[in-house]
Design a protein around this ligand. Structure first.
Ligand code: UTP
Length: 293
C-alpha cells in the first residue's frame, strides 16, 4: 500500500449561511483567531503528512490562491519596517504544503467538487478536509484517520455524535462494531440530511475523510440528491453497497463548524482562550461582558 500524501480541500461553495460576509470574500478565508479557516485546514493536512493538496476553487476565490503565494511587495514593506514576526507569518503561508488548484465551474455539490480533483488524485487514496470545519490544532483526528486507512486499506470517515434535532443537517451513518478493533466501526449505510425519522443513528460525518479511489468512480455515476446537489455521501453509500469496506472513526471534540455565525464565534472564542498571549485578556473580557448582561 502506498503512503497517503494527497488531500482535497473543496472550497468552491457559495457560503450562503454567512452572507453578506461571504459576498466578496470566500467563506474559507474568514478568520479564526489570526489566520483564515483555510490555513488551519492546510496546516492540519500537512501535519498529518498530506503535503500534496488539491484545492477546488471557483470564480471570486482568488484570495485563497493569493494567501498561499509569496507577496514580494508586502514582504519588502515588512522588512523595511523590521516587522519580523509579521514577515515570518506572511512568508510561512507560502511554504506550508504543495498546493494545486482546480476549478469547479458551478457549485453543484460537495461530491461534484471532489470529483473535479480526480485527475490530480490519479487513482490513489486521498483525504478530504472541509475547510469550514476547523479542528483544534492539537487534535489527532486526521492522523488517526490516515493511520486507520494504513491498517485497513479502506475508506475511513470521521464521525461525531450530534443531538437528534441536528442529524438532518448532515450525512448520517448506520454502523456496526468491528471485531477486534475498538477504534473503528463499519459503516453499513449512510444517508445525506435524513429526516429525524429516517436517521439511522446520531452519528454524522464530520468534515474529515480518507477515501479510496473507488469514490471517484462512484461519483461519476452519482445523480443529484439532497438539495439537488451531487452529494459525496451518496457516492460513499454506493461504495458501501459495493461491499468495499468503509469504516468510521468516532471522535467527540475539537471541531468547530465555522460555516455558521454561531460556530464561527465559538471557534474564535475557543482559539482565543487557548492562545497564551490573548487567553487571559479574552477570558477577562468575556467575564466582564456576561456580568454586564
Ligand atoms: P458547505 O455545504 O458547508 O458549503 O460545503 P457551502 O455550500 O458553501 O455553504 P452554505 O450552505 O451555502 O452556507 C462544505 C465545503 O464544500 C465546499 C464549500 O466551499 C465548503 O468548503 N463546496 C460545497 C464546494 O466546493 N462545492 C460545492 O458545490 C459545494
Amino acid at each position: 500500500m502506498t503512503k497517503l500524501t494527497k488531500a482535497v480541500i473543496p472550497a468552491a461553495g457559495w457560503g450562503t449561511r454567512l452572507l453578506p460576509a461571504t459576498k466578496a470574500i470566500p467563506k474559507e478565508m474568514v478568520p479564526v483567531l489570526d489566520r483564515p479557516a483555510m490555513q488551519w485546514a492546510v496546516e492540519e493536512a500537512a501535519a498529518a503528512g498530506l503535503s500534496d493538496i488539491c484545492v477546488v476553487t471557483s470564480r471570486a476565490k482568488s484570495a485563497i490562491e493569493d494567501h498561499f503565494d509569496t507577496a514580494p511587495e508586502l514582504e519588502a514593506a515588512l522588512e523595511r519596517r523590521s516587522k519580523t514576526e509579521a514577515l515570518e507569518a506572511v512568508r510561512r503561508t507560502a511554504t506550508l504544503a504543495k498546493l494545486h488548484y482546480t476549478r469547479q465551474a458551478s457549485a453543484l455539490g460537495l461530491g461534484h467538487a471532489v470529483a473535479q480533483a480526480a485527475e490530480h488524485i490519479a487513482g490513489e487514496a486521498f483525504a478530504v478536509l472541509l475547510p469550514d470545519v476547523v479542528m483544534e490544532p492539537s487534535s489527532p483526528l486526521l492522523r488517526e484517520l490516515v493511520s486507520a486507512h494504513g491498517r485497513t486499506g479502506a475508506s475511513v470517515l470521521a464521525l461525531i455524535e450530534v443531538e437528534p434535532e441536528e442529524v438532518s443537517s448532515y450525512g448520517c451513518a448506520a454502523v456496526e462494531p468491528v471485531p477486534g478493533d475498538d477504534s473503528l466501526v463499519r459503516i453499513t449505510g449512510i444517508v445525506e440530511k435524513p429526516s429525524p425519522a429516517e436517521a439511522p443513528s446520531r452519528l454524522t460525518v464530520a468534515g474529515r475523510y480518507v477515501l479510496t479511489p473507488a469514490i471517484m468512480e462512484a461519483l461519476r455515476r452519482t445523480e443529484p440528491g439532497a438539495g439537488g446537489e451531487i452529494q459525496l455521501t451518496d457516492a460513499i453509500e454506493a461504495v458501501v453497497d459495493s461491499d468495499e469496506p468503509v469504516y468510521g472513526h468516532i471522535f467527540d471534540s475539537g471541531l468547530y463548524d465555522t460555516g455558521t455565525a454561531l460556530g464561527l464565534i465559538e471557534a474564535n472564542v475557543a482559539f482565543a482562550l487557548a492562545d497564551p498571549q490573548l487567553g487571559p485578556a479574552v477570558r477577562k473580557m468575556l467575564k466582564e461582558q456576561s456580568a454586564r448582561e
